[in-house]
Design a protein around this ligand. Structure first.
Ligand code: PEP
Ligand code: MN
Length: 311
C-alpha cells in the first residue's frame, strides 16, 4: 500500500487476467486499475523469453545483433526477365534475400494485382538461379500450401496485420514470417498480432516497421524510426524497416535505410527495379538497379558502425 496526499495506490503482483474479471474498477473508492504488465505474452522480452530470437534463412542470420539483413527486389513480379534482372543485380551487390510480390494487396481492385501462382513459379526459378532466398506476401489462406512449398519467408502485409485467421495460417506453414506493421496500428497491436503467429509454434517472426498514417502527408507514410529501439526494448523478435513503402520516394530510401541501421534495425526490405518508370506498381519508390551497389555499400558501412555486417 502506497499512501499519497490525494490517492492511495495499491500494488498487486500476480496474473492480470484474473484481476480484469474481478470488476475492481466499479467498486466504491477505486479510481482506476492500471495494468503494469504488457498485453502481449509470447512476443514480450519481459516474460519467459529473454534471449533475442536469432535464426537462419538458408544461411543468412536474422536477429541477434551481429548481422544486418538486406532484402531487396521488385515490388511485384511482372515477368521472368524483369525478376531475373533485378535479382541478379541485387545478388551481385550482396543482398541477403529477394523480395517480390506475386499476390498484391491493392487499394483498388482494378489495379494490377500481381501474376498470382505464375509469379510464385517465377520466384522459384529465380531462386534456383541466384541462390537468393525468397520473401513473398501471402494474402489468402487458400494459397498457403503453394507458399509453404515455394517461399523461404512468408510476408504478412500491413493491410493484413490484424487478419487473425491469416496470421494463424501463416504460423502453421513451417516458414519464418515477416509481419508488417498495420498502417494505423500501435506497437502493442503489432506485438499482439505477432502473438497469433507465435502461438501456432512458429518462433521465427520478423517484425517490420513500414511507416504509419499520421497528420503528415508530405510522404506516403511516416516512418516511425523510434519504433525500432522501442521494439528492441520490449520484444525478443528481430526488427527490420521498409523505407520504400514508408516514404514512397526513392530519394528518401537511402537516408531512411541508413537511419534504420543507425537505430539498431536487424535489416531492411527495399524495392528495386531495372526501370522503375515502367513498373506496374510503386515505381516512384523503387531504387534503380544500377544505383543499388552504391546504396548497398553505404548502408553496410552504416551497419558496420553499429557492429553489424550484412549477411
Ligand atoms: C509490400 O511489401 O509489397 C507491401 C505491399 O507492403 P505493405 O504491406 O507494407 O504496404
Ligand atoms: Mn510495393
Amino acid at each position: 500500500v502506497m499512501p499519497g496526499e490525494l490517492t492511495t495506490a495499491i500494488g498487486a503482483i500476480g496474473d492480470p487476467e484474473g484481476v480484469r474479471e474481478m470488476g475492481l474498477e466499479g467498486l466504491p473508492g477505486v479510481d482506476q486499475v492500471i495494468p503494469i504488465s504488457r498485453p502481449y505474452k509470447l512476443a514480450s522480452s519481459e516474460l519467459s523469453h529473454h534471449e533475442p530470437t536469432v535464426f537462419d534463412v538458408d544461411g543468412r542470420t536474422v536477429g541477434g545483433g551481429e548481422t544486418f539483413c538486406l532484402i531487396a527486389g521488385p515490388c511485384t513480379v511482372e515477368s521472368p526477365e524483369q525478376t531475373r534482372a533485378v535479382a541478379s543485380a541485387v545478388a551481385a551487390a550482396g543482398a541477403s534475400m529477394l523480395r517480390g510480390g506475386a499476390f498484391k494487396p491493392r487499394t483498388s481492385p482494378f489495379s494490377f494485382r500481381g501474376l498470382g501462382e505464375s509469379g510464385l513459379d517465377i520466384l522459384a526459378e529465380v531462386r534456383a538461379e541466384t541462390g537468393l532466398p525468397v520473401v513473398s506476401e501471402l494474402t489468402d489462406a487458400a494459397h498457403a500450401d503453394r507458399f509453404a512449398e515455394t517461399v523461404d519467408v512468408v510476408q504478412v502485409g500491413a493491410r493484413n496485420m490484424q487478419n487473425y485467421g491469416l496470421l494463424e495460417v501463416a504460423g502453421k506453414l513451417g516458414k519464418p514470417v515477416l509481419l508488417k506493421r498495420g498502417l494505423s496500428s500501435t506497437l502493442d497491436e503489432l506485438l499482439m498480432a505477432a502473438d497469433y503467429v507465435l502461438k501456432e509454434g512458429e518462433e521465427r517472426v520478423i517484425l517490420c516497421e513500414r511507416g504509419i498514417r499520421t497528420f503528415e502527408t508530405a510522404m506516403r507514410f511516416t516512418l516511425d524510426v523510434g519504433a525500432v529501439p522501442w521494439l528492441k526494448l520490449h520484444t525478443h523478435l528481430p526488427v527490420i524497416v521498409d523505407p520504400s513503402h514508408a516514404s514512397g520516394d526513392r530519394r528518401l530510401v537511402g537516408p531512411l535505410s541508413r537511419a534504420a541501421a543507425a537505430v539498431g534495425a536487424d535489416g531492411i526490405i527495399v524495392e528495386v527495379a531495372e526501370d522503375p518508370e515502367v513498373a506496374l506498381c510503386d515505381g516512384p519508390q523503387q531504387l534503380y538497379a544500377r544505383d543499388f551497389p552504391a546504396f548497398a555499400a553505404e548502408v553496410s558501412a552504416h551497419a558496420e558502425l553499429v557492429g553489424r555486417r550484412v549477411a
